[in-house]
Design a protein around this ligand. Structure first.
Ligand SMILES: O=C(O)CCC(=O)C(=O)O
Ligand SMILES: [Fe+2]
Length: 311
């Protein structure tokens, strides 16, 4: 298996007039990718390498600060936003059978003006840079969701209607900036990895990577290295979308292992996890009733409890 690369230029963020013909060809390409592989690399989306670099640079500056400066933003300390904030090293297990993941993260779930942001001298730009990137990812996601609905012969608005409150506390969509620090092999615990194997929880995920390291599991069960091509965004189907489409779109398991011995580099990535509104009831879109209806919010809480060792 290899990950298909699709040119999204005709419907990129800077394009306002996509023709029927161009849209039709994107619909076909994304249908093949999402029904057969579950993942695609999109190029020419309108989100530039420079934008991604800028978000990664300011994020790295934040992560390199001492923990006591990050502590006030700890995940779990924001009222009504259980997933918002800083996730320290080794506190999350995306595969609950492994030790804590060797990664640090910052999750942005809501853009509400009252939320407090890191703003000390070296990270004064953090809020503006991450907010504008969040909004760019939101627009791209909505374009992709439209193409996805068309590819299943559905009303083009069907997924969009369930994603109209992205960036508010009624919707779980999250921009997560991830940082995988250099690994000291002799200190790593048995079975510990950078990011345990898992599938994502929501509709789709957009992923920007600084370098290779991500592995994606093919439908036949082997893990393959995902290329990190500058200027592209990797988009994968997540579990709720698979359920919503009665398994027509397939979500993919993926992971980030430890780097090879002797490689002491830092890895960074930016993941935009797209979710429907919390109160949207997800029922199979083809009427098949293959899975019982569940609200997007209940489904998400169930999955978080597994990753943070509760339940
Ligand atoms: O960092 C990566 O490349 C993958 C991160 C990921 O899969 C996740 O946080 O869900
Ligand atoms: Fe993931």
């Amino acid at each position: 298996m290899s990950i298909p690369v699709v040119d999204f230029g005709a419907y990129s963020l800077s394009e306002t007039d996509v023709t029927e013909e161009q849209l039709h060809s994107l619909v076909q390409e994304l249908k093949t990718a999402f029904t057969q592989v579950g993942v695609v690399l999109l190029k020419n989306t309108g989100i530039t390498e420079e934008e991604v670099d800028h978000v990664m640079d300011i994020s790295k500056t934040f992560f390199l600060q001492p923990d006591e400066l990050k502590q006030p933003f700890l995940r779990g300390s924001f009222t009504n936003l259980p997933n918002h904030g800083w996730v320290p090293l080794e506190t999350e297990r995306l595969n609950p059978r492994r030790p804590g993941d060797l990664k640090e993260a910052f999750n942005i779930v809501s853009l509400h003006p009252d939320i407090k942001w890191p703003s000390s001298d070296p990270v004064q730009e953090f809020r503006d840079v991450l907010t504008s990137f969040y909004l760019r990812c939101k627009v791209l996601s909505l374009r992709v969701l439209r193409v996805m609905a068309l590819s299943l012969g559905l009303d083009p608005e069907v997924f969009l209607n369930a994603h109209s409150l992205i960036g508010t506390d009624k919707n779980g969509t999250t921009l997560r900036s991830l940082c995988y620090p250099p690994v000291e092999r002799d200190k790593a615990k048995e079975g510990q990895v950078r990011c345990g194997e898992h599938s994502d929880y929501g509709s789709i995920t957009l992923l920007f990577q600084s370098c290779e390291g991500l592995q994606v599991r093919s439908q036949s069960g082997e893990f393959i290295n995902a290329p990190a091509i500058r200027g592209t965004v990797l988009i994968n189907i997540a579990d709720l979308m698979q359920r919503w489409t009665s398994d027509q779109f397939v979500s993919v398991r993926h992971r980030v292992l430890l780097p090879p011995v002797g490689d002491s580099s830092t890895r960074q990535s930016l993941a935009f996890f797209v979710h429907p509104e919390d109160d949207v009831l997800i029922t199979c879109c083809d009427g098949a009733n293959k899975y019982p209806p569940i609200t997007a919010g209940d489904y998400l809480m169930e999955r978080f409890n597994q990753s943070y060792g509760q339940n």
